[in-house]
Design a protein around this ligand. Sequence first.
Ligand code: PRX
Length: 633
Amino acid sequence: MTLQIKTLEGYHKAYDQSVNDPEGFWAEQAATFTWSQKWDKVLDWDFKGPNIKWFTGGKLNITENCLDRHLASRGDKIAILFEPNDVNGAAKSYTYKQLHAEVCKCANALKARGITKGDRVVFYMPMVPELAIGVLACARIGAVHSVVFAGFSAQALADRVNDAQAKMIICSDYNKRGAKTIPVKKVVDDAMAIGCDSIEATLVHRNTGEPIDLEAGRDHWWHYEVDHRSTSCPAEQMDSEDMLFILYTSGSTGKPKGVVHTCGGYMVYTCFTFKNAFQYQEEDIYWCTADIGWITGHSYIVYGPLLAGATTMMFEGVPTYPDAGRFWQVCEKHKVNQFYTAPTAIRALMAKGEDIPSQYDLSSIKVLGTVGEPINEEAWNWYNKKVGKEKAPIIDTWWQTETGGIMITTLPGITDQKPTYACYPMPGIQACLLDKDGVELTDNDVEGLLCIKFPWPSMIRTTYGDHARCKQVYFSTFEDKYFTGDGARRDADGRYRIIGRVDDVINVSGHRLGTAEVENAINQHPEVIESAVVGSPHDIKGQGIYAYVITSDKVGDHDEFRKELIAVVAKEIGPIAKPDKIQLVSGLPKTRSGKIMRRILRKIAANELSNLGDVSTLLNPEIVEEVKKGRLV
Ligand code: PRX
């Protein structure tokens, strides 16, 4: 069984071993899984390439480890518990045996449609069990899944399908989110109309049953394709370093990039971190409220929990439907033991009524988790007092799409916690802080750029189709270090606190967006001459999107124009990227070499007007006054 640390001494021992003998430490963890062939070498690496290989020569299938190996001891245990959007809808569950059968059926259906090892399959689906089943079915046959969050637009979906050169899209007919019904298949049709030439077929899961258009020969119903298939499907034996999935995420520049994770290391690390960060016990009910469209859902709804033989809940709905008590009602109903959500949800629920959680019996909760963005002290205290009744430790887990699994966190009940601090690195994680010249800050009580010095099993291997970009973004800022893009502080006792991104990435409600990506969308409007987007403080979302836009003189009605810009962004990316504020300006502050000075724009958006720094060296210093005066509150 994968090591579960139980004491502070145990944490130090594991951490020390993981640094002094990383190969020995991870080999011990890997040995607890099912491999059809053992690895020849635990680790091969250099950060220059980068070239990272864990458990080379090993052969495995992650679904045998998620499903088959539990059948004897946990076959009748619930693997997936599904809570629908509708509060009166019936919860549904799949035991490990049932999930195994469904995954095999779906895998056989994919094979029958010509999907084979290495083919890419894109998912565009709500949070229903068929999403997890489909993802696992891909892994069963060695196909590479790429889940696209179902809130992205048709254009964003088409961009991802084309980058991945996917052969199939799996979607649903409609998505129910709160009181809304979203036409998911229609978005897929629109993406196909934009152009997704690599797609040969779609598989459509009937979720609401309302009418949709199916194109003969291209679109197929899930229930016709899957339901009658055999419940047994041999698991494709994968090399440790074969691709498991691609997940697109935003960066400082250009279009979102496909982060590639591979089979062996990802399996070992997600299981290890799940068991340790959540201290999962055999009978526990675990609930992560994320969407499988993001890395949190991949690692801590699907893979980590199933690898550990846990009961993992999937929730179709939203935190505020039918009211702001929904999360707590679900916790009470299913006697949830570990609850994992995002600070933005905590802030939104806190704002709806501080005492709402006390209307529910939350006594089952043992661990509370947060992820995705910095948590402010007020939200941390409310979560601790009103939800955890000061009895459930809070784990503030810092990690990224690229890291695959949790990197820095308190181990609940084992290492200490401190509001707003993620605290201590997981075993195997050699975190460090550098100054801007790349010099490591070895003291405590310092602030710097957060980097990782040594590989860990679930780290990014490449960006799909563009290895040079992976090198440039993560491994070239500092020599021989993985650069996270985050700034952090380390307190006098060695706890880490994540301050936020130091690059042009913004974090809106825990969703990561590149400012360049939003600017490119805004610039699609024919009357836009130039734009600059920055993050600005937002009470609920953490960061809001503040756009400065230079328009042509053809724009008459400014309010109408702003609406058009918002519509353009929703069309190009999706509603999550809609700017909160759009300030029309006649120019943007620029350096003499023509670079937009975002630092100044960020400060103006944040109303930090007194410390803009020296603006006299700008190409156009006079513009700063105008931008300041026109600031939107
Ligand atoms: O800035 C950090 C922030 O989210 C970024 C990663 O975003 P993404 O790849 O979408 O993954 C989010 C879920 C793992 C990081 O670079 N972030 C993530 N967790 C935290 C955080 N910031 C502060 N505290 C956290 N616990």
